[in-house]
Design a protein around this ligand. Sequence first.
Ligand code: C2E
Ligand code: MG
Ligand code: MG
Length: 260
Amino acid sequence: SVLRRAIAGGELVNYYQPKVALHSGRIEGVETLVRWQHPRDGLIFPDRFIATAEEHGLIHDLTFTVLSEALRQARVWMDDGLSLRVAVNVSMSNLTSLEFPEQVMQCAAEAGVDLKHLVLEVTESRMMSNPVSSLDILSRLRLKHISLSIDDFGTGHSSLSQLRDVPFDELKIDRSFVHGACRDSSLRAILEGSLGMARELGMRAVAEGVEDRDDWEFLCEAGCDLAQGYYIARPMPANNLRHWIEEWSERVVDMGVAVV
Ligand code: C2E
Ligand code: MG
Ligand code: MG
């Protein structure tokens, strides 16, 4: 298929979006977001090809193409004095294979990146469709000190007890509950409830879809740990990150947040 050739032929490019600490503005990590650089159609977004990859048995190859490039890039940043946690999105289909944890470890070893710098994001709504075998694989990943993040939180139906059973250490609140929460009392209730849950369970809370100054300030006061979104930065090619950090540190000073 066309997608198979694109994966093998190097047409996938990783973009990276910063995750920053709300109390200090400091960049803590980046999320890897894949794009397909199509020779004729230009840049294609993942919503248009991830499901196809899953349906056609290509998701293993896609995930490891993205992961190995992200780990290679993490090593480059580290050698450049930038110690970042690098997050990669994994599909539910990746978590059906018992070899998956070993393959991830091998990938990190080849790149020379310690597993504590790696975060795997799993979407909440897809996770609960297959809780038993995936739980085992998630636990094995966690035992290797890989961080696990529950993505798009609030869009699935996980109960408190399910959340407690799965060894997640990061909770990413879906952007539909983040942007504009300060002006909408029902969004605010969901957001604050999610933050309380993260705190109770000892998980770091990340708000996605932070689009403006009001979102930022509200999250700060609500005690959220990390923020990600267009207000901070759009996803960008790896080479733009250095320059973005310089601009951002100036913006943070103007915002009245001290960068630690
Ligand atoms: P996600 O993991 O929840 O990633 C966040 C998405 O929200 C990204 O879309 C990002 O560009 C977008 N976003 C970030 N900040 C804002 C904001 O302030 N406002 C709004 N409206 N949107 C924002 P993107 O890059 O199109 O990715 C869509 C989804 O595709 C991702 O959602 C993720 O589930 C999936 N995906 C991306 N890369 C991969 C991958 O390598 N493997 C797998 N399996 N899935 C991937
Ligand atoms: Mg994600
Ligand atoms: Mg998300």
